[in-house]
Design a protein around this ligand. Structure first.
Ligand code: AHR
Length: 510
């Protein structure tokens, strides 16, 4: 079959929110500690305790937003433990993630300092599962109130005179699971209660994000939109790209779900895999589209003007941890398979940017589908990092609707589209097109009609490898890295290109 892309360059209206390229850093394993925070006295070059190499790498990819402190950790985090002099901060057990002792050296002040260094927007997730309304109310007061109050006095006594600017605030995390095992109806009421006391002080206007569904839990979305849709700005969907759900899912007659840990779940190896697992991950990545469309259709019923955003604030691949590492730390390597699946996810988010206005990879450093891995003072950029960096041309650009006719990638009687594509036009009028070839064996010849866009030149970059298991290592950090792509020719309709197997290509026409 001929692969064709028709880009309707006269019809773009929706902006690809830059926050679709957002991040998530939890107090989990070596994400915050070691990955970001090494402390002021560390030999690793740092700025006020935060490692310089990581800060620079994240700035280079123009990280737009960072979600913190969890995840499951958020619903057992008590923010007052993480302020004041470090020696006096309370220690706690990180029960979700390895049972290690958390010394709370990285807290509210350090997080805002990190965001300032990164020039990124903070997104804080509050504790509903084990916290109180009062505690959440006080945290928001501490961070954002400029008047005279007990919390502002406390903030000032900890060295911060002026409040911080904070827009994005999440009210709980996965409250159907680690955040309290709640039914949708119960959480909807709690959301209404907690969000009432999460105040806007002065000029600071919060964007309130409700904990949303896990994967295909459409009941959760239905109940949340029906019961609390008027009180939220965003509803958070969590979807992990994996070979098999690692929970046993029990559906109650009332539509609510119970998630129990599956003992024999097949997560598979992050690096040592065959084509069957490659195909499985491509298929799981494409499933994101069905989820987004079905959740968005429910949201459309209650919110036809699309005021409430669908925020995919946890997404990415989830495999077995690297052999020999702490199972509670979720440390995994990152291959070409991660890169192509990230490209598919981004193309889906871009193409649904009328509703999807933020997405946060899980997680930024050393955890799950990380963009950066560290080992002592060494740091490497993963193939997924390069996808973020290549796709940043779409940030805040106008989505260009496309019609795609793609061949299929077939494996043992199943198929997925061989090509995944999205296109946007930036403020300078450049047309950027991202194309993933999911087939690890066959290239794809593509003809693109750019709908009258008069491009005089085309440039491109490609991320690919001769092996689907290719990784960057601390000894060979540049095994997988973007290269110039020249297999593309302009023609009267637009361009034609030959997209190599298992590759991600980003083209720019101007
Ligand atoms: O990202 C790891 C964990 O996955 C998060 O803490 C939780 O929200 C999700 O289940």
């Amino acid at each position: 079959m001929k692969n064709t892309i028709k880009i309707n360059t006269q019809a773009g209206i929706h902006k690809v929110d830059k926050n679709i390229y957002g991040h998530f850093a939890e107090h989990l394993g070596r994400c915050i500690y070691e990955g970001i925070w090494v402390g002021e006295d560390s030999e690793i070059p740092n700025t006020r305790g935060m490692r310089n190499d990581v800060i620079q790498a994240l700035k280079d990819m123009s990280i737009p937003i960072l979600r913190w402190p969890g995840g499951c950790f958020a619903d057992e985090y008590h923010w007052k433990d993480g302020i004041g002099s470090k020696e006096n901060r309370a220690h706690m057990i990180n029960t979700h993630w390895g049972g290690v002792v958390e010394n709370n050296h990285f807290g509210t002040h350090e997080f805002f300092d990190l965001c300032a260094l990164l020039e990124t927007e903070p997104y804080i997730c509050g504790n509903v599962g084990s916290g109180t309304v009062y505690e959440m109310q006080q945290w928001v007061e501490y961070m954002t109130f400029d008047g005279e109050s007990p919390m502002t006095e406390l903030r000032k006594s900890n060295g911060r005179e002026k409040p911080w600017e904070l827009k994005y605030f999440g009210i709980g995390n996965e409250n159907w699971g680690c955040g309290g095992r709640m039914r949708a109806e119960y959480y909807a009421d709690l959301y209404r209660q907690f969000s009432t006391y999460v105040r806007d002080y002065g000029e600071n206007s919060l964007y309130r994000i409700a904990a949303g569904p896990r994967g295909d839990n459409y009941h959760w979305t239905e109940v949340m939109m029906r019961e609390a849709g008027h009180f939220m700005d965003g509803l958070a969907l969590h979807y992990y790209t994996r070979l098999q759900d690692h929970s046993v899912v029990i559906e109650n007659p009332d539509g609510n779900r119970i998630y129990l840990k599956k003992k024999d779940a097949v997560r598979g190896q992050a690096v040592d895999f065959e084509e069957q697992e490659w195909f499985g991950i491509m298929k799981a990545a494409y499933f994101t589209e069905e989820l987004v469309e079905k959740h968005a259709a429910i949201m459309d019923k209650y919110d036809p003007d699309k005021k409430v955003a669908l925020i995919v604030d946890e997404w990415g691949t989830w495999f077995d941890v690297e052999p020999g590492t702490n199972p509670g730390f979720l440390y995994q390597q990152n291959t070409m398979r991660d890169a192509v699946s990230a490209g598919i996810s981004f193309n889906i988010f871009n193409n649904h940017c009328d509703r999807v206005r933020m997405a946060n990879i899980a997680q930024t450093i050393n955890v799950l589908q990380a963009v950066i891995l560290t080992e002592g003072d060494k740091m490497i950029l993963t193939p997924t990092y390069h996808i973020f960096e290549m796709f940043k041309v779409h940030m805040d650009a106008i989505l260009q609707p496309i019609e795609l006719t793609s061949s299929t990638y077939n494996f043992e009687g199943e198929e997925v589209p061989q090509l995944s594509v999205s296109a946007s036009k930036d403020a300078a009028g450049k047309l950027n097109i991202s194309i993933c070839n999911t087939d690890p064996r066959n290239s794809a010849q593509v003809d693109c009609d750019t709908g009258g866009y008069a491009g005089k030149q085309v440039t491109g970059r490609i991320l690919t490898s001769s092996s689907m298991n290719a990784i960057n290592t601390f000894d060979q950090p540049a095994n997988v890295k973007p290269e110039a792509f020249t297999n593309v020719q302009l023609n009267e309709q637009g361009f034609s290109a030959d997209i190599p197997p298992m590759s991600v290509v980003v083209l720019t026409l101007e």
